[in-house]
Design a protein around this ligand. Structure first.
Ligand code: DON
Length: 304
């Protein structure tokens, strides 16, 4: 038996001593208010045992982590036809880069960079009756928790300052890869990114990717094949131009967000979420990456 609780306690103690915690994201003004001293971690194993340490119950902005959940909902709605509008290759570029999008005629490299997630948002806007509330309900159902909600100030803050996302959406539109109008799609996208969760809720929402498509409450949302595809994308594209480094250091499929969250999983073993708002230069949580490296080293468990 692995002593997960002992390992999380020691990771959390180490992180609380860390002097270099990275920098909180400021390009979305509302996120700049986050307290950089926070650190939380939560792990749920395949027997639904829960272990946690630090600020694991404090909610934060999940930001790009939401891209995996919107992809999951879109896959469930339109299946493989999705791949006519998106590719599945790592970009090796920062999350908000635009040059490849132009070079590749408006087909985003993958659904986890901003341009790709905007195409997914467009698909959800086309296929859901009440897109924002239906997506929120999907996330609540996955996590089994109706307290999960949008932070509307964060969504409004990004709407005022998300110039690169407007550029990406307009570029997509110019190539015919956006069916709805730019404002509607970005309003949806900014809200999905502005969902707040704590580490515990995140492990519940991502449980199905560890558990062959079945959520904690035993309802099946995705086929095995869909789970395989989403986990492959998290491994190769979940950390932008640091996906290689994350696979090298940690060795798990996962996804980060500029709110400082990271969620990662070992299929059929565990799902883990960390939160520390300070980011490294690539936009991934500095302590979160270090904590997960310690976790897979101490447990000797990774996909490799
Ligand atoms: O579109 C943006 O820039 C943000 N809403 C999300 C970016 C993000 O979380 C990238 N993550 N590392």
């Amino acid at each position: 038996m692995i002593n997960y609780q002992g390992i999380l306690n020691s990771i959390s103690a180490d992180c609380s001593l860390s002097k270099d915690r990275g920098k909180v994201a400021t390009y979305i003004p509302e996120l700049a208010k986050t307290d950089s001293s926070k650190f939380g971690i939560h792990l749920v194993d395949s027997n639904k045992n829960n272990f946690q340490a630090g600020d694991s119950e404090t909610v934060f902005s999940i930001q790009s982590i939401s891209k995996v959940l919107s992809l999951a909902q879109a896959m469930g709605l339109i299946g493989e036809t999705l791949w006519t509008r998106l590719d599945v290759e790592p970009s090796g570029d920062p999350f908000n880069h635009l040059s490849l999008l132009e070079l590749e005629n408006g087909i985003p490299r993958n659904p986890l960079i901003n341009a790709g997630a905007i195409v997914i948002a467009d698909i959800l806007v086309s296929n859901l009756k009440n897109p924002k509330s239906d997506f929120l309900q999907f996330v609540r159902n996955l996590a089994g928790d109706d307290d999960i909600d949008f932070n509307r100030e964060v969504a409004a803050s990004e709407k005022r300052t998300g110039f690169r996302n407007y550029a990406a959406a307009n570029l997509l539109k110019s190539y015919g890869n956006l069916k709805n109008d730019v404002e509607t799609v970005l309003d949806f996208y900014f809200h999905q990114c502005a969902i707040e969760m704590n580490c515990s809720q995140l492990t519940k929402a991502f449980y199905l990717f560890m558990n062959r498509g079945k959520c904690q409450k035993d309802k099946t949302y995705l086929t095995l094949r869909q789970v395989k595809r989403i986990n492959a994308l998290m491994l190769t594209c979940g950390f932008y131009d640091e996906a290689g480094e994350f696979a090298f250091e940690v060795g798990l499929p996962g996804k980060s967000g500029v709110g400082g969250g990271i969620v990662a999983l070992l299929p059929e073993k565990f799902c883990v979420a960390t939160w520390s708002p300070g980011l490294n230069t690539k936009g991934n949580s500095k302590l979160g990456m270090e904590a997960l490296e310690q976790l897979t080293t101490a447990t000797a468990q990774s996909i490799f």
